[in-house]
Design a protein around this ligand. Structure first.
Ligand code: BTN
Length: 246
């Protein structure tokens, strides 16, 4: 077992499970695989400085603590890939329907977002010292402000217990993290690409003030999306430079 001696820290309410995990590491680093979960976050955070909102006790909100010091800096995106794949596998097993990964690590079902990931890494001497992997999975929430959000319950009509989902997710994450630790990079990126949302399909993207049509051809090693533009030329973009209109 990879996440030996890991603890599950269950909180009722916290500002953000990612903040709690980061403080814990500063105070006294817990065993790898330790996970913090909360029923409610007062300052849940998402990608691109967004707020992550979640109704009290409805969804899975958690942060795993990892020490991926074996990774080279150019391979950091593999953390995002294994986490997105762990969620993808967990949800596909439960829902028995196709689940996609929207670059870099959103998880999509029925063209709507069901889960999001916020990976926060800390470096020392150009090695990764630790990563806090924050995961939000919409489980039982029925109403969302965004028309592009969905939950397990809205799909199946049935509730899924947060801690049961966490257990299933931990099993998948442990397996994939072991693959990463043993250097099975091609297998991981192959599987990530296999589940990539809108791969090979024309879609609308926004970069700066410009909206344009392009086709996703994959992701490069540093985690940038490769888009084929309408003139046939390919260009790469990082998360700060582009967003998909969907
Ligand atoms: C995103 O899609 O924008 C990422 C959302 C990540 C949300 C999770 S919920 C648990 C953890 N704590 C946070 O404050 N954020 C992550």
């Amino acid at each position: 077992m990879l996440f030996r001696n890991r603890a599950v820290i269950s909180l009722e309410s916290v500002d953000s499970t990612n903040n709690y995990a980061a403080n814990l590491i500063k105070l006294s680093p817990p065993p790898e695989g330790t996970v913090i979960t909360a029923q409610f976050q007062t300052e849940g955070r998402g990608q691109r400085n967004a707020i992550w909102e979640s109704h009290d006790s409805d969804n899975l909100l958690c942060s795993f603590i990892l020490y991926p010091s074996f990774l080279k800096s150019e391979d950091t995106f593999f953390i995002s890939q294994v986490v997105a794949l762990a969620i993808q596998h967990t949800l596909e097993n439960h829902l028995k329907k196709e689940v996609f990964i929207k670059w870099p690590n959103d998880v999509i079902v029925n063209n709507k977002k069901i889960a999001g990931v916020l990976v926060e890494t800390t470096w020392s001497d150009s090695r990764l010292s630790h990563a806090v992997v924050g995961i939000g999975i919409n489980l039982n929430q029925q109403e969302f402000d965004s028309p592009r959000a969905i939950s397990v319950r809205k799909i199946t009509g049935a509730a899924w217990d947060r801690l049961e989902c966490l257990e299933a997710l931990t099993i998948q994450l442990e397996k994939l993290y072991l693959k990463l630790k043993t250097g099975r990079f091609a297998e991981i990126s192959g599987s990530y690409k296999e589940h990539l949302y809108l791969l090979g399909e024309k879609a609308q993207y926004i970069s700066g003030n410009e909206q344009f049509t392009a086709t996703c051809r994959g992701i490069n090693q540093s985690g940038k999306i490769i888009l084929e533009l309408e003139d046939g030329l390919s260009q790469t973009f990082d998360l700060k430079e582009i967003s998909l209109v969907y």
